[in-house]
Design a protein around this ligand. Sequence first.
Ligand SMILES: Nc1ncnc2c1ncn2[C@@H]1O[C@H](COP(=O)(O)OP(=O)(O)O)[C@@H](O)[C@H]1O
Ligand SMILES: [Mg+2]
Length: 1034
Amino acid sequence: MILGHVSRRGSLKTRDALLLLRCHRLRSYNTALAAPFPVSTRSGTTSRARRSSSLHSRWHLATQVRGAKRVATADLDDIPQGAIDAGVGKLPVLEDSEPEYPPLLQQVRNNMLKFSHCVLLTRVGGFYELYFEHAEEFAPLLSIKKSKRKTMKGSKRPAVSMAGFPVYQLDRYLKILVQDLNKHVAISEEFLNDASTKAKGEPAFNRKVTRIVTPGTLIDENFMDPWQNNYLLSIHVDPDILKKENAVKESPGSQSVSSVLNIPRTEVGLAWIDLSSGDFLTQSTDIASLPSAVARIRPREIVLDSIFEQKEHSRIVSILQEDGHIITFQEPLEQPLTTAEWIPMLEDVVDDFDTADFKPSEVAAGGSLLHYVKHQLLGSKTSLQAPVRHQSEDHMSIDKNSLRALEIRSTIRDGVYEGSLLHSLKRTVTKSGTRLLTQRLSAPSMSLSTINDRLDLVEEIIEYPQLRQDVIALLDQTFDSLRLVTKFTVGRGDADDLLELSRTILTASDVVNILKEHSKSRDAISIDAENAVTETRRRKCLPALTRRFELEKPLQLARRIQDAIDEEGLFEQHRIEDDEASEMADLAQDILGREAGEEDLKPMPKRIQPKPHMISSSVKSATDGRDDVWIMKRNASKVLDRLHDTLDAMADKKMDLEQELRRSLGAESLTLKWTPNLAHIAHVKGKDVSKVTSEYPKSLSSSKSTRSFQVPEWTRLGAQLDETRFRIRNEEQRVLGELREEVVRNLVKLRRNAAVLDELDVGCAFAILAVEKHLIRPILNASTSHNIVGGRHPVVEAGLGEQGRKFAPNDCLLGEEERIWLITGPNMAGKSTYLRQNALISILAQTGSFVPAEYTEIGLVDKIFSRVGSADNLYQDQSTFMVEMLETAQILKEATPRSFVIMDEVGRGTTPEDGIAVGYACLHHLYHVNQCRTLFATHFHALTDMTKDLDKLGCYCNDVAEEPDGKFSYVHRLRKGVNRQSHALKVARVAGLPEEAVAVAARMLAQLKPSTSPPPQMEGTHQPSAARQKATAA
Ligand SMILES: Nc1ncnc2c1ncn2[C@@H]1O[C@H](COP(=O)(O)OP(=O)(O)O)[C@@H](O)[C@H]1O
Ligand SMILES: [Mg+2]
């Protein structure tokens, strides 16, 4: 079935519109603030534009030369594209008498209609081309030349725009279109029609879209980020609930603000996959938690039911849009897929996939997700892992704002990875291990036994440095087998991938041996009675991991691969391909060089990635004077062995023939060879030239001193040699195919082994981190208290360390005695740092990592909430205070007695009176209603007086130590009590505010609060830098 789509482009003809009426709809909106693609700003643009029309002809010329395919004419318009047939179009006949497009353009037009939501790339020989409005729109964005092409001689139609790039640059331009511009790209390949089809009047080439690439459906594209999952997410929610008139009544005016809190509580189903690794997960959640769940998953693309395009249902769209997600709308299936219908798209093991477990909303989300994927892959098979339910109650939920505020995966300021928690923690050595680390850090565990298992592993690895070293060295040699095996399931995967996979399997087996040896030596020592329980438990962690490896069959596969593939041959083949690629690049550069600036030339790869089709395409009929290069060892199969014997025998025959000819003709210089132009020839030089003329009077080419001529025996033998070579190539491909199948047969085991390796990688990473950063093992329990002694902020500490400064540790004792700590103190004294470090310690502990503290005992936290900093959202028409209140509302509505909340300077975006009132209300609500652990930092000292009657609220502060000479330093260490001094003017002065302004501020401050605070000492004339230095020394 072919789906069609309504285009958003306005330029469709009536005829096109007709066709579309019957079509399904699938629209893609880019709601992200797409990174503006840097359109090149080189000089001389105009002159190059003027010359651009000739470029295309020449590019095409290059194709013709390289492929030696068909007529090599200089003018593209003259290149025949098959019979021109008026009946080609499957479209309704035009009413006017205008002639159809020629076949190529007609095929392009049809494909553009069928896949109107996509950018269409059409393969034409060695190029991918954009035509019509796509060329107009995207050529400038891709920085490629646009030219015009006449439709047909004498046609009334205007010339058609076109633009293109060489095939080997596909990845480069896909990256721009899909990743930078968030477009859907339909790739149309070229298929040679056979004679009988052509006889029916079809054109010589047929062009079919074989795949649609979207941001969420990348499989093995080279530009994919190997360190991150590439998730596609489908969200299912009852559309009626989201209708505007159903906004929660208690919040008047709430219709104008898109917040999940204004939507009646309802269940939401989520399903997401990573096509590159086969991960498939589902979750059922509440609408209020949706933004946080989506932030955690961090999908590259979201699929929504097309009903949400309608204005009255669009609230969820605006909520997701605000967070910059890319949304694709999909017309729902009349009959949604049942879980039983998922099975054909999953790997072969379905026994641990219990369809009854899934909630209806998850089934709906999963069904629409798989429907979408099926459509984008256009029938090519996937083998996803059996779906796993992400149970909200099994994981600590880090709300959207906390993910951002705590800088878990990227920094607040620039949104970059460097400087984030993940960046400072990452000691994993494998790519998939890093993906697991990210997943765990974004969704820490709520299960004491899971956390303790992970901590046991870390502790065991810490205790045995040699084990750690050995395992890491091995892990470092593995390849990303999750993504590798996926290539095979979609029918890709080449000889190199097979080798990488086999090495990974063999390495995994080495890992197992090391682990087994370790366990053996551990068992030999008896357990100390003092800590028998923990020790016995810990000893079990490595054997438990070891047992999960399934290596028998995979090892057989690995050995088969190693026995079959000839690494040296493969290496040699790559060298040849490299040469060809650089030849091709030189050719393209040659063409471009005349048209473009130097910048265009730089990104051209010297190396074409070896793809399966490359292996066969570089098969030459003869060896071109080179030695044969084979990628398989000759005993990879019986047939191969026999064929090689035959080939050897023929090579002997050739030598004999050569000797025989030299002898009989008396021509010592005679050689038998093959040349691209003359095929199989005999060649002589010098005085031998005259000796052969009588026997072989017909010469194919000759010069003064050389002569080439045909020898029938050699021509015959040469043909046989070629035939044998051809059969060897075929047999090699057949064996390769067999090995590929074998990989797919081992899919489940390979994936399971990969998962164990990832866990080991994360375990080792945490162990290294603990040793490096002096972390300790946290104790977790089921209480609702925090008992952290000497806690530190892992990232800030590292930053200070780089400057040779020390971090002052702080305790955090929340629970029965004091549930809320209200923290006051000067600016820059470390309040915000303190708040964050305690949230982070909880997250690290529940992730299964050691933590930066002297001692830590923490009751499990179900949700972490943060209200910190001011994140303006002005483009969404939300003031600082509105954002602050939206985030606060989320906390007050969602936090449970098991939650952990940090609130930093709530009430800043409004008047002090309003701010204090709102701050008080928050404390009051958190204390009486939510009853959660809370750290609350504020400059409103009045709050400490207002909350005197809250028994379980403790007041703490940090300070400034002033010295007689006017210098001061921060006391980062918290003490009990209230600090009514913000010392803001000290910071102002350090920051370099003009002295006059500081003096005015000091006078005004004295007027404003004469009773509570004496005017700060402003007499000192110390240098700001000295003050800063002093401050840092505290
Ligand atoms: N415990 C600490 N020990 C040492 N330096 C600290 C500590 N806490 C914070 N700092 C330093 O002080 C700076 C300001 O901290 P911050 O938490 O933003 O202060 P506040 O929120 O009180 O204004 C941090 O960037 C860090 O360099
Ligand atoms: Mg602060």
